[in-house]
Design a protein around this ligand. Sequence first.
Ligand SMILES: NC(=O)c1ccc[n+]([C@@H]2O[C@H](COP(=O)([O-])OP(=O)(O)OC[C@H]3O[C@@H](n4cnc5c(N)ncnc54)[C@H](O)[C@@H]3O)[C@@H](O)[C@H]2O)c1
Length: 367
Amino acid sequence: MKSVKVGIIGCGNISSIYCQAGQKFDVLDIVACADLDYERAKARAEEYGISKVYTVEDLLADPEIELVINLTIPKAHAEVCIAALEAGKHVYVEKPLAVTREDGQRILDIAKEKGLLVGGAPDTFLGGGIQTCRKLIDDGVIGQVVGATGFMMSPGHESWHPAPEFYYQVGGGPMFDMGPYYITAFINLLGPIRRVTGSTRISFPERTITSQPKHGQKIQVEVPTHITGILDFENGAIATLITSFDVAGSNLPNIEVYGSKGTIHVPDPNTFGGPVYLRKHGSREWEEIPLTHGYIDNSRGVGVADMAYALRSGRPHRANGDLAYHVLDVMHGIHDASISGSHYELKSTCEQPKPLPVGLEEYTLDM
Ligand SMILES: NC(=O)c1ccc[n+]([C@@H]2O[C@H](COP(=O)([O-])OP(=O)(O)OC[C@H]3O[C@@H](n4cnc5c(N)ncnc54)[C@H](O)[C@@H]3O)[C@@H](O)[C@H]2O)c1
């Protein structure tokens, strides 16, 4: 199969793992990179043997490039995705798809109009841990699904991150930062969501940075930092999701899924591996379930590799724009519901992504 020529825009922290994916997956051929900061792009190119270092404009003008991976900051996601699509490139973007629903919808509309593909992170749901959970559910091991819980409980990032302000500004907050992992995992396990409600609060309107180099500086908090959501799925399951920057610590699991015949303890959706535990109805013991699928190490990039296969074979890709938009709509919906005091009926939906087949060879996907 002919590889897909890829250009990366945004050469910050997360770009390394995508460059590594380019070396591992034959279907991805990363030929160019660009950043607002040219030196950063140059450094990544040297590190990973990427032949062309560009400005964003020049990268988009290169006819060799078929697909752009957008690894810029969330505030720039929409602008860069739209510029890539306007230049005739398929685009895969880090999470979230965009900051606002309007921008997210524009990305999907332009892609549709131009016959181009949009994909979006996270792709951790393609990892061996969550795929194993999906197989347990699909195989009927926990019977009829009743509901799920998800907990992302943290004290915030000002004690360690060198520049933590953005976590507390519009586009930040625990839901927009970490919610995509949880909600994407939920949709992969349970299907699309019908309606949501929730309550949000800003527990600490002013926070103090204790990391270096900004030690002692104050942050004015603009967005909710403790968010409790209730999600009703189209299949009837009900989930509770808490994302917080306001708790000192917690023993709650990341995700559990409850069925008529048992409970699955799902691994951290910000990782690819296990462990997966099952507790059958009537049993007091948790049993560790051997993982049935590969991609258990940090495999960021498997989602865009899947999209590259889709491009060549014509099949749908799993981490697609409809899924990323549905996740964005759910996150906003939970915040909106807290203000309106009612349920928010989702205006978007998506297909539950097809599970990965068992027994894939390393760094390949199905056609
Ligand atoms: N860092 C992580 O652990 C992590 C994990 C998962 C997902 N992400 C996501 O990855 C994305 C990038 O995160 P990061 O940690 O690499 O951020 P970063 O700040 O380290 O890197 C972002 C890069 O994008 C560049 N950039 C910003 N706007 C641009 C524009 N308009 N055109 C071109 N370049 C532009 C910046 O100069 C910077 O080099 C974010 O969407 C984030 O949510 C990050």
